[in-house]
Design a binder for this molecule. Sequence first.
Ligand code: PHE
Length: 339
Amino acid sequence: MEEKIKELKELAKQEIEKVTNLEELNNYRLKFSGKQGLLTEIMRGMREVAQEKRAAVGALVNEVRTFVEGVIKNLEEKLNEKKLNEKLSNEKIDITEPSKEGEYGAIHPLYKTFNKLIDACVELGFEVVTGPEVEVDKYNFEKLNVPKDHPARDMQDTFYITDDILLRTQTSSVQARVMENRKPPIKIVSPGRTYRVDNDATHSPVFHQFEGLVVDKNVSMLDLKMTLNKLIKILFGENTETRFRPSFFPFTEPSVEVDVTCPYCGGTGCNLCKHTGFIELLGAGMVNPKVLDGCGIDSKVYSGFAFGQGVDRLCMVMDKIPDMRMLFESDMRFLNQVK
Ligand code: PHE
């Protein structure tokens, strides 16, 4: 028996030398100190050892067990450390290596145009106000002097949700909301999304408008002209000229259409301005007294002007975009070109 135990210790000594990784160490552990291992087997044989020898043999077995467990623990620590070091050196990061070019997001061309308009108007002292896109007829039309069955409704082909609820066709609806709820002086701009039943290269069923409104005592056509001239010069440069043409909108009287010198040819004539030297930019006018009175503002005391413009059209001009619908298709090839 003693002989067997000594042989086992010899074997344990030899085999531990061959262990090079944690998996082999585990097999070693099973082989020697596991439940089915060689040490357990020897313990089972104790029954056959004579009574007086048991203590000595038992001590010998324990010595081997202590030895085996000791070498396992020792080697396990070393192997774990080795594994960690290997992992660390494999995962080393070279912080001097140049980074790969990533994909960066950018502001949509339309919103860049919006931001330019908003910045320019804030510079001129306007406050930014927004309103709902799903609007009631009252604010989109009636308060703006366009009662039901009025022929002016034909100018704006409308998406109706019910008889009274619609997708707003113009941000002028915000004008009506603000005038109904505030006392002058009022000086606001309202940017936002608008909808009309329209779909071709220069019209999209969803588009964007930017509306301005000033109401106070003694506001005149001169204020309108000066403000728009100033705004246009901020947007297009000091040398830009404006042209005011008579026009018609139910909520303004008198009404004008404002053109600016073509930003591409500077007024000499090109394809973009159809060789007229001017491009059509916005609609404007003095707020119709009927609209003021309808919103609870006394038109004998106060007057005002309003202007509204299509932001998509402006963006097309600024970025030379041939089809308005491209702005809404989210095609990265297009967006990367104009960003
Ligand atoms: N809301 C008008 C339109 O969509 C534009 C406009 C706004 C005209 C304000 C005059 C004053 O056509």
